[in-house]
Design a protein around this ligand. Structure first.
Ligand code: ADP
Ligand code: AMP
Length: 214
């Protein structure tokens, strides 16, 4: 299964990607995670990406596309992959098409998770994350012990770009630069839209139903 997850920041892409990655046994590739790990390790890419991420803007295409190209060429992607947070611009989508064409493969499905801006703001203000990659929500999906990761016992923290001012800019960036991808993938006949439900389990059911038809 070669899958792209589309949706606003906070729509639940990462949450569903972790579940799907386990179910289909294919890697979950999040460009946001790749940038955050570079920021943590203070790499040149991390330093450049941080300037944009902190402002709620997109990291330039030329810093983003090659990372994905290298990643999907790795052997663990031979049976499929889940792209979470990429592509985010029409240019990235066109480049992804070229990369896949060069590899002799194509996407099976682009799954769009639709959630209103009002809910997004609530989701992102309550999101807490762990260094190990697990994501929680203080109300919707709390850890067993407050502030501590169920999986690795690490301390949970709030992402810097989940502060309300940055969230508002991220939503605007999404409306302007990423939403046109809905039409782009509709035209290719690969788009399936599911409503991001109030519960994670209900959303997963909808997602699995949608993917069964692919
Ligand atoms: P994205 O990867 O699209 O930015 P996340 O998967 O990190 O979004 O989800 C954003 C926040 O919303 C997290 O705190 C997550 O626990 C919570 N969340 C995800 N899906 C749902 C859902 N269906 N209902 C309620 N909360 C959700
Ligand atoms: P995410 O973890 O997907 O919410 O991404 C966090 C931030 O990383 C975004 O707000 C962008 O600044 C940056 N980012 C992630 N993926 C991309 C991408 N495909 N193109 C440009 N910027 C990206």
């Amino acid at each position: 299964m070669r899958l792209v997850l589309l949706g606003a920041p906070g729509a639940g892409k990462g949450t569903q990607a972790v579940i799907l990655s386990e179910k289909y046994n294919i890697p979950h590739i999040s460009t946001g995670d790749i940038f955050r790990s570079n920021i943590k390790n203070n790499t040149e890419l991390g330093k450049k990406a941080k300037e944009y991420i902190d402002k709620g803007l997109l990291v330039p295409d030329e810093l983003t596309i090659d990372i994905v190209k290298d990643r999907i060429n790795k052997p663990d992607c031979s049976d499929g992959f889940i792209l979470d947070g990429f592509p985010r611009t029409i240019f990235q989508a066109q480049e992804l098409d070229k990369i896949l064409e060069g590899m002799g493969i194509e996407l099976d499905c682009v799954l769009n998770i639709d959630v209103s801006d009002e809910k997004i703001i609530k989701r992102l203000s309550g999101r807490r994350v762990c260094q190990c990659g697990k994501t929680y929500h203080i109300l919707n999906n709390p850890p067993k012990k407050e502030g501590i990761c169920d999986s690795c016992n690490g301390e949970l923290f709030q992402r810097e770009d989940d502060r309300e001012e940055t969230v508002i800019q991220r939503l605007e960036t999404c409306h302007k630069q990423t939403e046109p991808l809905i039409e782009y993938y509709e035209k290719s006949g690969k788009l399936v839209t599911v409503e991001g439900r109030e519960s994670i389990d209900d959303t997963t059911k909808e997602v699995l139903d949608a993917l069964n038809g692919v």
